[in-house]
Design a binder for this molecule. Structure first.
Ligand code: NAD
Length: 287
């Protein structure tokens, strides 16, 4: 029998714990705050930013939002980032991607100080992750790790296949898993025989952006399958995995929607709280 991993419930629990902690820090006069920056009018980005802002407010944190015109120049966006970086009430800064074509995302992302990089996407945060130093980790891969932990799935010594080597998900996830003692194999678009890589794995994580890529031919009986992909179709949201075909084969599987997606927002809340705690300066100078 295949169990569906309830990412929505696990995410709700995490968000409730964050809200409790926020209430405690607020009682000490410090309220964490997230600044979201949206450039342009991409409808999907607007929906994602609205969901993040709603979650921030629900957690009791402060919601700082900036909406810039789709014609904004690099200097204008940089000035907004610099202003938020200097604001002690702003714990974290999130620059919603993708950006309009005239803007260089990598340069602007790197303008966010690592201490406020709640998306974990700056070069500094990536370097800290690679070296195992304290830092803010990208939300989706850390959400995958939280899901596996919440399900009580042992990572140390587990054989994990990560399908997809993208900067947002696959690459940081492989590093997080290695740090947890898993044996990690990474497959990508040039992998000659995907099934040969994924079939030995105890855990298969798929983050490729290729709808329905992984099916029963790729998964050994009893394995756990985590589907990171999100595709909007006329029938609703679906993932990179043919989930129905894995029923009775996988031991556990994440649904789309309701699996990894809610975890991404929950981990953004965790990162904002963490950034606020790490950046906290004493309100008074100790005697
Ligand atoms: N659930 C969430 O919250 C969330 C968050 C971020 C991304 N995503 C989804 O995760 C997916 C991956 O995102 P990304 O930003 O890492 O993508 P990306 O485009 O940066 O990387 C895709 C990776 O998949 C690999 N790939 C492509 N075709 C393949 C194939 N046929 N076989 C094996 N590997 C193949 C590529 O080599 C590449 O490494 C997307 O579907 C995205 O929508 C979901």
């Amino acid at each position: 029998m295949t169990t569906t991993i309830d990412g929505a419930r696990i995410a709700r629990d995490i968000r409730a714990r964050v809200a409790e902690r926020v209430a405690e820090t607020a009682a000490c006069g410090r309220v964490p705050g997230l600044a979201t920056i949206l450039v342009g009018d991409d409808p999907a980005s607007a929906v994602y930013v609205a969901a993040k802002r709603r979650a921030i407010r629900e957690a009791g944190m402060r919601d700082f939002h900036r909406h810039l015109s789709r014609h904004a120049s690099g200097d204008e966006v940089a000035a907004v980032i610099d202003e938020l970086a200097a604001d002690p009430d702003v714990s974290g800064i999130l620059l919603q991607l993708p950006l309009p074509a005239q803007l260089d995302a990598a340069t602007l992302i790197d303008r966010i100080p690592a201490a406020k990089d709640v998306d974990g996407l700056t070069t500094a945060s990536a370097g800290r992750l690679a070296r195992g130093e304290r830092g803010l980790r990208p939300c989706t891969p850390s959400g995958v790790i939280e899901l596996l932990d919440a399900e009580g799935i042992e990572l140390r010594g587990a054989c994990v296949a990560v399908v997809g080597w993208g900067e947002l998900v696959g690459r940081p996830l492989a590093q997080l898993l290695l740090r947890r003692g898993a044996t990690v194999t990474v497959a990508h678009e040039f992998t000659a025989d995907l099934a040969a890589v994924t079939r030995p794995a105890d855990i298969v994580v798929v983050a490729t952006g290729v709808r329905g890529l992984v099916g029963p031919e790729h998964v050994k009986p009893g394995a756990t399958v985590i589907d990171v992909g999100i595709h909007r179709t006329p029938e609703g949201l679906t993932g990179d995995v043919r989930a129905a075909e894995l029923d009775g084969i996988a031991s556990r599987i994440t649904p789309v929607p309701g699996g990894v997606g809610p975890m991404t927002i929950a981990m953004l809340m965790v990162n904002t709280l963490r950034a606020a705690e790490w950046n906290a300066v004493p309100k008074t100078v100790p005697a």
